[in-house]
Design a protein around this ligand. Sequence first.
Ligand SMILES: Cc1ncc(C[n+]2csc(CCO)c2C)c(N)n1
Length: 221
Amino acid sequence: MTFTQHLIHKYQHEWRQTQQHPFVQELGQGTLERSKFRFYMIQDYLYLVDYAKLFALGAIKAPDVKTMSEFSASLSNILHEEMGIHRSYAARFGITKEELEHAEPSPITLAYSHYMLHVAQNGGLAELTAALLPCMWSYWEIGRMLQEIPGAVDHPDYGEWVRAYSSEEFGQHAEWCITLMDRLAVGKSESDLARLETIFLNTTRYETMFWEMAYRQQMWL
Ligand SMILES: Cc1ncc(C[n+]2csc(CCO)c2C)c(N)n1
């Protein structure tokens, strides 16, 4: 069993929660309230700004030029492709540029993105990769799951989102991250692996908390 297979097996309960959350299910069914998706888009944009910095730190920590250029390409992809989805949704949902630029992150958004940045700044490349893996991997799982729901890819509001995260191109990104994690785990001590597991568990939990926060449109209690 590879290290990443071990991770989703060990934390299968938490892993499934990311995919079974009502926000995700209703997004796929096309029944999600627009105001919930609007809230999500704004918070996700703020999250992505910090998330992108993780890839810049990955380029710094990369052990070779090939890995460095992969992190650099991903950084560019997030800034231009992934945030492009947000900008297109912003236009469609009446979110102005000013609203996006001046929006306040919720405590969950702050906690999640700052936790990842903390891990990335204080650990090595394996820790950084463990922190970002649930984000990449769970979205790919969700994209592929929702793609199977009749009408989901053609939904006027949410179809673009489903198409983006179920695409072949995005799948390659997610697989790159999974393979990198497995490669970096080789030869690690038991205690190092245990630390990587904990980081993966924490950011997997944060993924579900992020859906929950958006579902409740919760800035605060
Ligand atoms: C809370 C939250 N978690 C994960 C993603 C997905 N995501 C963000 S950046 C990226 C990599 C793109 O190359 C992916 C898959 C998101 N948007 N928001």
